[in-house]
Design a protein around this ligand. Structure first.
Ligand code: 5AD
Ligand code: SF4
Length: 481
């Protein structure tokens, strides 16, 4: 009956989507939201008013996966409350926990109506219909069809409400099989989205006003395209084409594997002004023995050489990374090799994790598991070093000019918030420009996780802006350096 109401436009269903984990999940949640809009759903931030609740989950570490079950416990209460008012609340689990634990979720959490793995989101509308008919749906195949080609595009309005920066998934899955990681099992083999589909989506985003696109992939730099003549082109060539799209002033990509950093991609950093000088390049450990046990298939020295090549191509580049401490067999000396690598490379930021054994991965079955207190102690030491580097990196901007893409209004009426090329939030005076503008501002001060432009805070004793701010047009911003 409610479907008739939807068709006649008098009632809308509401969907609440909660996203865990990586940016690829953020992107997938948006695409699911787009797909559901066509089915008469509107997104809501209030879970209690939702007719459909989707938890888009992450399986990367144990904690992330366990969170889902406690969240489902809370949802069970809400669902019962709605049922007592004669209202429905369908509950779906999507993402990597869905893929890894499909049937187990159904068995363990009776509140769940449907479980859909990351490769089958285009089947969501059909799954909802089946669930409404009483079936408890589990869809966790690796679909042969490309889900993105079967999901509707976002409307211009939807793109605009998401702001001037956007994610765009270009690659999924992983063939690397690092021994700690569940991704090859939850997201499947490496698949690149077709070049034309990516370019068309990027053009649509730019036409709607998006200024910055972050290309996403579990192994984004493994993206490839084979042309009609059988020649293979990598991510560098895709970035070159994207940099030509009018309006797209900033390009980023994440996450990269050191082994897939080809010459063409390094040269793109040299040539493309739109390609931001900030690269997430996880190394995980600085010890060759641990890198080998992790099946990373490179040594610490290879990583150093690669960083040097990248810095030669783009001297102002800053790096971020991921590190795991306490991988099975990690000795104090191995851990110190990680500290040494961090000292030598110098990071603008980094994500640090205690090793978390994941069922079904080779690491979980290895000998030499490191006791939890040792992991904790190493994590703290590594984090202290990284914090030091991060603080020094941020402080290095004080007194310098930096380009800021204005993203949103600030907390105060006379402020706006933007981001520097290095993803640092920058608080700027509202007079500097409008959302979507790229302006150059002088940094006056730092806050724990942001930069303050000169004049951003009227209460500060900073001198007012002494010079006219330079506004960049999209064309200028895309000029090849
Ligand atoms: N334990 C701890 N950290 C992990 N990561 C991936 N798998 C695990 C695990 N089992 C980290 C890696 C990866 C990031 C996304 O998560 O550092 O780069
Ligand atoms: Fe996981 Fe390694 Fe693949 Fe990254 S490269 S997704 S860490 S298996």
């Amino acid at each position: 009956m409610s479907e008739t109401l939807v068709e006649s436009g008098t009632a809308e269903r509401k969907v609440f989507i909660k996203t865990y984990g990586c940016q690829m999940n953020v992107y997938d949640s948006q695409r699911m939201g787009d797909a559901l809009r066509g089915e008469g759903y509107r997104e809501t931030d209030a879970i209690e008013e939702a007719d459909l609740v989707l938890l888009n989950t992450c399986h990367i570490r144990e904690k992330a996966a366990e969170k889902i079950y406690s969240e489902l416990g809370r949802i069970r209460v809400l669902k019962a409350e709605r049922a007592s008012q004669g209202r429905e609340m369908q509950v779906g689990v999507t993402g990597c926990v869905a893929q890894a634990e499909g049937a187990e979720i159904i068995a363990r959490a009776p509140v769940v109506d449907l479980v859909i793995g990351p490769q089958t989101y285009h089947r969501l509308p059909d799954a909802l219909r089946r669930a409404r008919a009483g079936e408890r749906v589990v869809e966790t195949d690796y679909a042969v069809e490309d889900k993105f080609e079967h999901l509707p595009d976002a409307s211009e309005r939807q793109i605009r409400t998401r702001g001037v920066t956007a994610f765009l998934t270009v690659q999924e899955g992983c063939d690397k099989f690092c021994t700690f990681c569940v991704v090859p099992y939850t997201r499947g083999a490496e698949v690149s989205r077709p070049r034309e589909a990516v370019l068309a989506e990027a053009r649509r985003l730019a036409e709607a006003g998006v200024r910055e696109v972050t290309l996403l992939g579990q192994n984004v730099n493994a993206w490839e395209h084979t042309d009609a003549a059988g020649r293979r082109h990598g991510l560098g060539s895709l970035l070159r084409e994207l940099a030509e799209i009018p309006g797209l002033a900033r390009l980023r990509y994440t996450t990269s594997h050191p082994r897939d950093m080809g010459d063409d991609l390094v040269e793109a950093h040299r040539d493309l002004r739109a390609l931001m000088p900030y690269l997430h390049l996880p190394v995980q450990s600085g010890s060759d023995a641990i890198l080998k046990a992790m099946n990373r298939r490179h040594k610490a020295a290879d990583y150093h050489r690669l960083v040097e090549r990248i810095r030669q191509a783009r001297p102002d580049i800053a790096l971020s990374g991921d590190f795991i401490v306490g991988f099975p067999g990690e000795s104090e000396a191995d851990f110190e090799a990680t500290l040494a690598l961090v000292r030598e490379v110098g990071y603008a930021a980094a994500y640090t994790f205690k090793y978390s054994p994941r069922p079904g991965t080779p690491g979980a079955a290895m000998d030499g598991h490191v006791p939890e207190p040792v992991k904790t102690e190493r994590l703290e030491r590594l984090q202290a070093l990284i914090r030091e580097q991060q603080t020094a990196f941020q402080a290095s901007f004080v007194g310098r000019d930096t380009e800021v893409l204005i993203e949103k209004p600030g907390r105060h009426a006379n402020q706006r918030i933007g981001r520097s090329p290095y993803l640092l939030p920058v608080v700027i005076p509202a007079s500097a420009g409008e959302v979507g503008d790229i302006v150059t501002v002088r940094i006056g001060d730092t806050r724990p996780n942001s930069l303050m432009a000169v004049g951003a805070e009227p209460s500060d004793n900073l001198p007012p802006l002494s010079r006219a701010m330079r506004f960049e047009t999209a064309t200028l911003a895309r000029t090849i350096a």
